[in-house]
Design a protein around this ligand. Sequence first.
Ligand code: ADP
Ligand code: SF4
Length: 680
Amino acid sequence: MPSRYDILFQPIQIGPVTAPNRFYQVPHCNGFGWRMPKGMAAMRGMKAEGGWGVVCTEETEIHYTSDLSPFFEGRIWSDDDIPAWQVMTEAVHRSAHGALAGIELTYNSHDASNLYSRASAFGPRSMGITGGSGYEPGQTRAATKDDLKQVRKWHRNAAIRAKKAGFDIIYCYAAHNMTLAFHLLSKHNDRSDEYGGSLENRTRFFRELIEDTKEAVGDTCAVAVRFAVDELLGADGMQFDGEAHDIVAMLAELPDLWDVNVSSWKNDSTTSRFEKEGNQEKYISFVKKLTTKPVVGVGRYTSPDSMASAIERGIMDMIGAARPSIADPFLPNKIKEGRYEDIRECIGCNICVTGDTRFVPIRCTQNPTMGEEFRRGWHPEIIAPKKSDDEILIVGAGPAGLEAARALGQRGYHVILTDAKREAGGRVALESSLPNLSEWRRVMDWRLAQIQKIPNIYFYPSSPMTAKDILEAGAPHVILATGATWRRDGVGRYLSHPVKGNAKIFTPDDLMNANLPSGKVLIYDDDHYYMGGVLAELLAQNGCNVTLITPAPTISYWTQFTLEQDRILKRLHKLNVTLLENHFIASHTPTTATVTNVISSAESTLACDAIVMVTDRIPNDALYHELKPALADGQLKSLRIIGDAEAPNIIAQAIFSGHLAAREFDEVIDPDRTPFKVER
Ligand code: ADP
Ligand code: SF4
């Protein structure tokens, strides 16, 4: 390791504890939460094993009146919750380098829906509940001074429980526009008692929480704060060069550590489509000038140079990371060992976030083992050695084929990987050339770099394979990863029959292969993730007059779960894209399309020169059906179809599918048994 990275491995004192290095996994949600503590603990433990110096929990409810259902976050409501947390702290403490475990205690305000507990949440004032769906019916009650005293007591008790559970760092949380502490600091506070009015008064509750926590557990535990220094709302919100500056100045030396970011979560976890590495530096850099305590910041740092530079330039003392630690739990160890090209860099897609927002265990596009540590026993760096000397032919080098080849190669198998195209990567090669998706290339670049290092994998590009070619190649095992093709006829989630008409029709495949329409273009999005919106961007940039139409109630519906929808809409508005929700295309002519409102059935006619259908995809599974007889007659020992060729889905699923095929190879899989442990 070059000495310029030494700084990343210097221990650092945080109050009464010492972090072994500067790699700090900041609190992040994961969809396991209190519901699946073993899954959560194994995931956290893996990061400690991979070298992270500090590993934190997600936001953790201190009391049932701050119940974050329907989301699954942490809970430390009573002593009964301690054993579950001990599983995590023990997993983190097992690391050889002395990783610390941190817990983010939270008392949420109107962000707690209390759908499960049916309690009234406390707010700075009686205000509409946003937690859960974002628009929950019901309001909080305005906390009285006695209520605030009660919350302080609950927080203190939770801190004592956290200490008992083995945590080294205990948070007071005022970030993400979510907690009572934050709302008392900010515009939502219109109180006339000593908790409202002047900044000093509005800071009182947060100060008390920090003081209480220090007094209760500060002898052996560090007390950290998480504070959002800007809400990106201009003068309507907290601003880093306004009140946030004054708050940090007032509390500067009180906590043992400052973990600072921007709010809300949508602004904190921006995707690579909208922000690049280190994007929060301009907001947080003032903090270190006001305190001598260690400062942690985030900004999706994956490059050791950027990390070392952020510390050297005095922006932060420790590199905070959620996503880079999800994409590569072994990032710190890889830097230490000088294995930079082995780092699986986060691509900034926020599929990990959808674990939380869709209430399922966390998934990651780059790291197929994320979330599978406990239930499938998967390790991101270790895989079982081969069980036979059989050769495997993989057709298709998209994400599924690349990952299957890489992981089977890692197991030691002799793998032949072919692709019809000159360039590997399949859909990733194509999609990463769309506007602002260039970081997605990391999915193929990392796999290709790994494949190059494994001598038993042979890659043949420019090699289209027929069923005959495949059988003549003589490999006893065939894995088909031949992808899928976008439909042209409009059939999708909404329409089950082709749209009638004779307009010029294009598909995403056409556009990605540089066959672009011009003039007035109507994009029909029945896919609902990024593709429709990204193509609208592409065409608008190319001078087309674009209308994006969807049968869904909102544009790019599913991107709300990756926290991108607002930014997508803002960008499309800026590009003058006309947006039309709740409509499907009923028919078309070379110059018009008739669209129907899905609710009222009202029809209207739009002028257009071309239509882009972003609907279902057709799996490229012809080879599979052609080869099946060869399996039946024993010419092939095994035949498997993976990725989009099996069932079109997101890139993360293609990677997972390829990885699963590699793990399951030479194993006997009983279809009648759940192939993973279920936490009950
Ligand atoms: P996935 O997402 O499942 O990995 P992709 O569509 O990204 O699927 O990748 C499929 C890859 O398979 C493409 O690169 C394509 O060129 C390749 N491919 C499809 N059919 C054949 C074939 N018959 N012979 C060789 N390569 C093929
Ligand atoms: Fe990064 Fe995407 Fe993985 Fe999240 S899912 S860690 S954003 S690569």
